[in-house]
Design a protein around this ligand. Structure first.
Ligand SMILES: NC(=O)c1ccc[n+]([C@@H]2O[C@H](COP(=O)([O-])OP(=O)(O)OC[C@H]3O[C@@H](n4cnc5c(N)ncnc54)[C@H](OP(=O)(O)O)[C@@H]3O)[C@@H](O)[C@H]2O)c1
Length: 213
C-alpha cells in the first residue's frame, strides 16, 4: 500500500519559491500526519526535501508507545549530509538511502542502509524496482511525504493507492513550489483520477482522503 501525503496551500503549493514550508498546515493536521506515519512501515522523501527541511520523519505523538517507521530517502547520488538529522539518528532508527550507485562507505558507517537500485536512464532509480526492493526488506506500507518531484514520479508510475491531502486556507501563488511536479499530461484523459473517500475539518485546515479508482 502506498500513500501519498500532501500539505499544501489552497493553490496547491508545498513551499515558497525559496523552499520555506514550515508550517503551511496547523497543529491538528500535523498530529494527523504523525498518526498516519505510525500506520506505515516507512516514510519516504526525496533528497531535495531532506536538504531543505532536515526532517526527522519520526512519529511524535503524546503517549505514542508504538514503533517508529523506517525513513527512506530517494537520493541517487548519495548527497544526504552526514550531519543531517536522518543520518545522525540512523543508529537508533532504521534509515535507508536509495541510490543508483554503490554504497558510500561513510553513510553505511553511520548506520544508513544504502539500497542500490537500477538507473531509470535519467540518473534516477526505477521506482517500481525501488518499491519491490523495499518490500523485500519488509517495508511494504510506504508513506510518501514529497516533495513535488517525488510525488509526481509515484503518480506517473501509477503507484499511489491513497492520497491524504491537507489543505490550508493560505495562498502562496505561482512562484511557490508545486505539490506535484511535471506529469507529462497532454490530454485530460491521461490525467490520473482519484475518488474522494472522506473530507474532514482539522482546525483551520481541510483533510481530504482520495483513493485510486
Ligand atoms: N508541504 C509539504 O508537505 C512538503 C513536503 C515535502 C517537501 N516540501 C518542500 O518541497 C521542496 C522539495 O521538493 P522538490 O520537488 O524540490 O524535491 P523532492 O521531491 O523532495 O526531491 C527530488 C529529488 O529526489 C531525487 N530523486 C531520486 N529518485 C527520484 C524519483 N524517482 N523521482 C523524483 N525524484 C527522485 C532527485 O535527486 P537526485 O537525482 O540527486 O537523486 C530529485 O531531484 C522543499 O522546499 C520542501 O520544503 C513540502
Amino acid at each position: 500500500m502506498i500513500t501519498l501525503k500532501l500539505a499544501t496551500s489552497l493553490d496547491g503549493r508545498i513551499a515558497t519559491a525559496g523552499g520555506e514550508s514550515r508550517w503551511i498546515t496547523g497543529e491538528a493536521a500535523r498530529d494527523e500526519v504523525h498518526r498516519l506515519r505510525a500506520a506505515h512501515d516507512a516514510v519516504l522523501i526525496g533528497i531535495e526535501t531532506a536538504l531543505a527541511d532536515d526532517p526527522e520523519l519520526t512519529v511524535r505523538l503524546a503517549g505514542h508507545g508504538g514503533g517508529q517507521p523506517a525513513r527512506v530517502v530517494l537520493d541517487s547520488r548519495q548527497r544526504l549530509p552526514l550531519d543531517s538529522r536522518l543520518v545522525r539518528g540512523a543508529g537508533d532508527l532504521r534509515t535507508l538511502v536509495v541510490a543508483t550507485g554503490p554504497a558510500d562507505p561513510a553513510l553505511t558507517a553511520a548506520g544508513v542502509e544504502v539500497v542500490e537500485a537500477p538507473d531509470l536512464g535519467e540518473g534516477r532509480p526505477d521506482l517500481p524496482e525501488v518499491v519491490a526492493a523495499l518490500r523485500e526488506r519488509g517495508l511494504a506500507r510506504l508513506f510518501v511525504e514529497g516533495g513535488g518531484q517525488v510525488a509526481a514520479s509515484f503518480l506517473r508510475c501509477g503507484l499511489v493507492d491513497r492520497l491524504e491531502w491537507f489543505r490550508s486556507p493560505m495562498i502562496i501563488g505561482g512562484e511557490g513550489r508545486p505539490a506535484i511536479g511535471a506529469l507529462a499530461v497532454s490530454a485530460l484523459a491521461e490525467a490520473p483520477r482519484l475518488r474522494r473517500r472522506e473530507v474532514r475539518e482539522l482546525g483551520e485546515d481541510l483533510w481530504e482522503r482520495y483513493e485510486r479508482i
